[in-house]
Design a protein around this ligand. Structure first.
Ligand SMILES: C[S@@+](CC[C@H](N)C(=O)[O-])C[C@H]1O[C@@H](n2cnc3c(N)ncnc32)[C@H](O)[C@@H]1O
Length: 197
């Protein structure tokens, strides 16, 4: 899996704007890489074919629409509340509920997992521990690693091996409770990430 900064900057998601119904999110999905993370997500999904991507934290569906941009992939997205307003892509499956109350083992089949949920550090740690304990071999992308003290704490305690802070091509905008930027990180359980700046 290549994280190629110039390819991410060249991603054009303007064709997806009509799929987003929330007005402010129409601007977000075409937001500049380094400010918004949707081009990064589309770049990642463009490199997987006929694979499974799991998303934790659907919200209005903006990131799910970006993750679905390669239609050959199956994307399964989870949220504990139903906020969804986007046009649902054919390759998207929505699940309402906490993945640990349903079946977390689906994550072990996913090439990529995108985690963008509560940001209190506890759910994130639970996901990380589950993946580690179950010998996960894919790639995880974490939104908002700088967003709150709890997220900074979670992120800083993880081992450095396979851990990449790619906020500069991901979600560098946003405003956390203390005015922090959002931040985007990758934890590579696959050993196959190659980053080209
Ligand atoms: C920041 S929003 C997600 C934004 C979305 N990924 C995007 O970029 O367009 C966070 C979402 O996580 C959801 N959430 C909170 N706890 C969760 C959990 N345990 N599992 C799944 N979703 C959860 C919230 O209900 C909320 O909709």
């Amino acid at each position: 899996m290549l994280i190629d900064y110039s390819s991410i900057r060249a991603v054009d998601l303007s064709h997806l704007v009509p799929e987003i119904k929330r007005l402010d999110h129409k601007k977000l999905i075409v937001g500049k890489p380094g400010v918004e993370h949707y081009s990064l997500l589309a770049h990642i999904t463009s490199q997987i074919n006929n694979g499974l991507i799991v998303e934790l934290g659907t919200h209005h569906g903006t990131s799910a629409v970006a993750l679905c941009s390669n239609r050959s992939n199956r994307v399964v997205t989870y949220d504990v509340k139903d906020f969804f307003t986007a046009n649902k892509p054919d390759n998207l499956e929505r699940v309402l509920g906490n993945i640990f109350d349903i079946d977390p083992s689906i994550m072990l089949q996913a090439e990529v997992i995108f985690i963008d949920t509560l940001h209190d550090g506890t759910f994130e740690q639970k996901v990380y521990d589950y993946l580690l304990d179950n010998n996960y071999k894919g790639i995880t992308v974490w939104d908002d690693i700088h967003w709150s003290r709890e997220m900074i704490n979670f992120w800083s305690k993880l081992p450095n091996e396979g851990k990449y802070d790619i906020t500069d091509i991901g979600h560098g905008g946003g405003e956390g409770p203390r005015g922090n930027i959002s931040g985007t990180g990758i934890i590579d359980f696959s050993g196959k990430i190659h980053i080209v700046k």
